[in-house]
Design a protein around this ligand. Structure first.
Ligand code: SAJ
Length: 417
């Protein structure tokens, strides 16, 4: 079987190399020529454990090729970004353009699969009208399905194989053919439904997480006011067999959890009040974190001061700064008149004006160390080796060992404590 994957980001590229390592001949397409060039030179634009080896093998064995234009194939997989516009409505231009781009290559008997997370009805209202341009009968000549990805960056290859998948077809045959394709490497169960249900399920999953984190963030503010450590309280509450509260933090980032709930707000209107409020609660966390940093400095009689921000990525152990709360926290800190230098061991390119490539440079004259991302490197930092102006640390992810830092003479502050 041959597969053409359109969009070579986190999901498209990882799926493409999986298919090509499991017996398919895969052609990957990206509109960005530098992404294609790098991939062909075995250079990765994303950090993901296991990706380099699988890509190298697929390229060497010739089971994977990449270019900026699609090719004929048995199955087409569309895996492009679905961001939100500044007014928080879904931007489906990439889905539309990607579908348009494959129209000249789609033949009778082909399968077209959408992997991107989309507002319910996107397959029906955006993709189908474009695919009708092929002149082929939808559902009998060509088959169409939504097979949303559910993998977590950092563990993509493990989850691609092990997670259950929800596949929604525009008819039964479309769903069955999609299941057959993914069965080449998926060991989890593949559940079949219709396309709109699959679209809703995927958005619901990420919205559940956003709501749950908003709840944790709200609890962290309440706990802070009454002098309780929220991390300990959540751990205890989660010992109950039917409770699973997520954890607070400086904000919710990434291009999924901070984005997808807006799809439901857009289509739900007044029926989506809880979802809407949760988005606002999570979006309020960067400002809250910056304010807390300022009050910690004030409590220590430091006016102005220099903040060393540790962690720019949107979460631990990834090199992705898209929708990262750290960037917003830095903006607020600067607005509050504080000087900021930032450091992230996972981000090599200089992506931010405050960024330095050297830990020592970030911490040297710092009045406070502000940990915003729980990278594994941070957990093992030896505070005795860090030189600062004032010995104050603010941990927003509960990723440091309080005792170790206190023994090194630091005043240790924890978000939600
Ligand atoms: N976060 C918290 N508290 C928590 C958990 C996460 O503040 O308890 C923050 C993180 O720091 C980060 C943000 O939320 O800024 C999102 O991180 P994440 O690890 O929750 O999620 P993503 O965006 O990396 O991946 C999610 C996953 N969805 C679910 O777990 C329901 C993944 O399975 C999806 O495939 C992915 O979105 C996607 O692409 O949709």
């Amino acid at each position: 079987k041959t597969v053409c994957v359109v969009g070579l980001g986190y999901i498209g590229l990882t799926s493409a190399v999986m298919f090509s390592n499991y017996g398919m001949k895969v052609h990957g397409v990206d509109i960005n020529p530098s992404v294609v060039r790098n991939i062909n030179e075995k250079k990765l634009h994303i950090e993901e454990q296991g990706l380099q080896e699988l890509l190298d093998r697929a390229l060497e064995e010739g089971t994977f090729t990449a270019s900026t234009t699609p090719q004929e194939a048995d199955a087409f997989i569309i895996s492009v970004p679905t961001p939100i516009n500044s007014n928080k409505t879904a931007n489906l231009d990439y889905v539309k353009e990607a579908t348009k781009s494959i129209v000249p290559y789609v033949k009778k008997g082909n399968l077209v699969i959408l992997e991107s997370t989309v507002p319910p009805k996107t397959v029906e209202n955006i993709m189908i009208p474009e695919l009708m341009e092929t002149g082929l009968e939808i559902g009998t000549d060509i088959y169409v399905a939504h097979s949303p990805e559910r993998v977590i960056p950092g563990k993509i290859f493990e989850e691609l194989v092990k997670n259950d998948r929800i596949v929604g077809g525009i008819n039964e045959k479309s769903a069955e053919l999609t299941k057959e394709l993914y069965e080449s490497f998926v060991q989890g169960e593949i559940h079949l439904t219709d396309a709109t249900t699959a679209e809703l399920v995927k958005v619901m999953e990420n919205t559940y997480r956003d709501l749950n984190i908003a709840f944790a963030n709200e609890l962290s503010k309440i706990a802070d006011n009454i002098g309780v450590n929220i991390w300990e309280a959540i751990q205890f509450a989660n010992l109950h067999p039917r409770v699973n509260i997520h954890f607070p933090g400086p904000g919710v980032g990434g291009h999924c959890i901070a984005v997808d709930p807006w799809f439901l707000v857009e289509i739900g209107g007044d029926d989506a009040q809880l979802i809407h409020l949760s988005r606002h609660i999570n979006d309020s966390m960067p400002a809250y974190t910056a304010q807390k940093t300022l009050s910690i400095l004030k409590d220590n009689k430091i006016e102005g001061g220099k903040v060393a921000v540790l962690g720019l990525a949107f979460k631990g152990n990834v090199n992705d700064i898209r929708e990262s709360p750290s960037i917003t926290v830095i903006d607020y800190l600067q607005q509050l008149g504080l000087e900021v230098v930032s450091f992230d061991p996972h981000i090599k390119e200089n992506n931010h004006e405050t960024q330095t490539q050297y830990l020592e440079e970030a911490t040297r004259d710092a009045d406070i160390l502000l940990f915003l991302t729980d990278h594994h490197e941070f957990k093992t930092f030896d505070p005795l080796t860090i030189t600062t102006n004032n010995k104050i640390v603010f941990d927003t992810k509960n990723c440091l060992n309080r005792k170790v830092w206190q023994n090194a003479g630091f005043q240790y502050y924890l978000l939600g404590d």
